[in-house]
Design a protein around this ligand. Structure first.
Ligand code: SAM
Length: 271
């Protein structure tokens, strides 16, 4: 699927994105709590300069900014990035956010102490070359020993189970309940799948059905570890949902020295 279609998917979803959460503001606060703690453990109390390179409508960026960090957002979708800035401002915060492809980050070398790439954004890149390019770019804009945080679905499990649908998520609105679910159509390679994203929105006694389509690469933890190590990151650690309190596995890693650094195997943190 083309780059344009990922952007189109999120441009069209941006206005409805919060409806995938039972309570988006509560998720903003919770996610910032967990990721903020990883930042504190890795870099100290801060405030830190944080780039959220796939900020979407700001689910992680807004809470991290509210916690005092200097957060900049970037996202392939200009509509989502604009909403992130607007939602931050509506809550009395500040998240400058730009339309930017994580494969071509428009920021100076070593401009950030930490980079967040959360909620399954990296797996939108469908080739090894694209994943490598993105991670090398993140390394370029991170300061030496800076912290990388990537969160992804548990694709080790999905690659085994090959689900074809996700459970419905229900969000209450003043007009009634909004239902969101996905259909997954696996490619023959067993690694990538096309996703149909359904939202059923109440519309005067009937449903308005909104369908959007995109493609993901179901990267396993070992595949992603290899890419991150290959881009020169060190101290690669996976935090399970049980250990971190985040709803997805979280990878943390440190930017190596000027020449990249050695490539030790990943550690897995369990409760
Ligand atoms: C599942 S959403 C997560 C958004 C946000 N992190 C959140 O949790 O609300 C994935 C995000 O990745 C962004 N994205 C996909 N490919 C990208 C790319 N090449 N560069 C930057 N952002 C990208 C999408 O536009 C979308 O906002």
């Amino acid at each position: 699927m083309s780059e344009f279609s990922v952007r189109d998917f999120y441009d069209r979803l941006a206005g409805d994105y919060h409806l995938m959460f039972r309570d988006w503001d509560a998720s903003v606060a919770h996610q910032a709590g967990v990721l903020g703690e990883l930042v504190r453990q890795g870099l100290g109390p801060g405030p830190q300069r944080v780039l959220d390179c796939s900020c979407g409508i700001g689910t992680q960026a807004i809470g991290l900014a509210a916690a005092g960090h200097r957060v900049v957002g970037g996202d392939l979708s200009p509509v989502a990035a604009a909403r992130a800035s607007a939602e931050a401002a509506a809550r009395g915060g500040r998240v400058p956010a730009v339309a930017a492809d994580m494969r071509r980050l428009p920021f100076a070398d070593r401009a950030f102490d930490a980079i967040v790439c959360a909620d399954n954004s990296l797996p939108h890149l469908l080739s090894g070359e694209d994943v490598r390019t993105a991670l090398l770019g993140m390394g370029r804009v991170l300061r030496e020993d800076g912290l990388l945080m990537v969160t992804v679905r548990n694709y080790d499990e999905a690659r085994r189970a090959r689900p074809t649908t996700t459970p419905p998520q229900v969000s209450g609105t003043s007009a009634g309940k909004v239902i969101t679910f996905q259909l997954w159509h696996w490619h023959e390679d067993g690694e990538r799948y096309d996703l149909e994203h359904f939202q059923l929105v109440p519309a005067g006694g009937t449903w308005d059905v909104r369908v959007r389509r995109t493609t993901y690469w179901a990267l396993t933890r070992s595949q992603l570890t290899e890419f991150v190590a290959g881009a020169g990151f060190t101290d690669i650690t996976w935090h399970s949902p049980e250990s971190s309190g985040y709803y997805q596995p979280v990878l943390t890693a440190r930017r190596g020295g000027p020449d990249g650094g050695s490539v030790p195997p990943a550690r897995f943190v369990r409760p």
